[in-house]
Ligand binder design. Structure first.
Ligand code: GLP
Length: 260
């Protein structure tokens, strides 16, 4: 795990955007795994800015999002389809045929999950998988107790996750109880995993992920098994790391240091 600690959320976000941009410059046809959630909003705003500035082209990439709520059709305002469409796909005029999310309104969600997993494999696998982290250590919607060998499937959301995500829904709207999510095994197959966490509310989950035991109790700890995982943090999200000083020695200010 490469742990990069940046002074504030803006710097952490910019680092994360730079990793995505670098990957697309290296391979404009890269397959990106995309994430949703509040942490990702400034990431997509930053990516949009870089694309509009002409630093990077996104029209040849393919994307697969991590998850979608079961029961929400793509046009539902709180669906992850809408989240992505509004923040990235529509402003860039991306071809919907290249930007994939699981269909929350599929008649058979389990079959849709299996189809989605197969579609990722058929696209050649994910080059760069973007991830956030839930306060309980979930990645995608892989809640605690998720099998570390899980494929894309339907998961029941915890009360904590539904409460955390209620802020995106109206006061009289219920947060769906189920989601289709890429599995932990699906995420671990990505060639590079980039997890971004900002803010004090993520500090405990980040420490358990990076320094706790490999355990289904904290699904993000599965990234300890990933051959190339980059964890991008701001100072607050890094606050509970016991080995923080070591990470800051290896990557001062979250920067790469050339050997020799
Ligand atoms: C949701 C998403 C996750 C995301 C998490 C944290 O549950 N399924 O992919 O990482 O929220 O979101 P936030 O960035 O809003 O804290």
């Amino acid at each position: 795990m490469k742990i990069l600690i940046l002074p504030d959320p803006a710097a952490a976000t910019a680092t994360c955007v730079a990793l995505i941009v670098e990957s697309l410059i290296e391979n404009p046809k890269a397959v990106l795994g995309l994430a949703t959630g509040g942490t990702m909003e400034p990431v997509y705003a930053g990516l949009l800015k870089r694309a509009r500035a002409g630093d990077v082209l996104l029209d040849r990439m393919t994307s697969f999002n991590l998850d979608e709520y079961v029961g929400l059709p793509p046009e539902h305002p709180q669906s992850y389809h809408s989240f992505m469409r509004e923040r990235l796909f529509a402003p860039l005029g991306l071809d919907p045929a290249r930007t994939h999310l699981p269909r929350g309104d599929a008649e058979d969600p389990a079959a849709e999950a299996a189809r989605y997993d197969a579609a990722i494999t058929q696209a050649g696998g994910i080059d760069l998988q973007l991830l956030g982290i839930g306060g309980n250590g979930h990645i995608g919607f892989n809640e605690p107790s998720s099998s570390l060998a899980s494929p894309t499937r339907v998961k029941t959301l915890t009360c904590a996750t539904r409460e955390a995500n209620a802020r995106f829904f109206g006061p009289d709207e219920a947060v769906p109880r189920f989601a289709i999510t890429m599995g932990i095994a699906t995420i671990l197959r990505s060639r590079h995993a980039v997890l971004l966490a900002t803010g004090a509310a993520k500090a405990a989950a980040v420490a358990t992920m990076a320094e706790g035991p490999l355990s289904a109790r904290c699904p993000a700890s599965a990234l300890q098994l990933h051959p190339k995982a980059t964890i991008v943090l701001d100072a607050e999200a890094a606050a509970d790391l016991e080995l923080r000083q070591y990470y800051e020695t290896v990557h001062p200010q979250g920067q790469e240091v050339t050997l020799g």
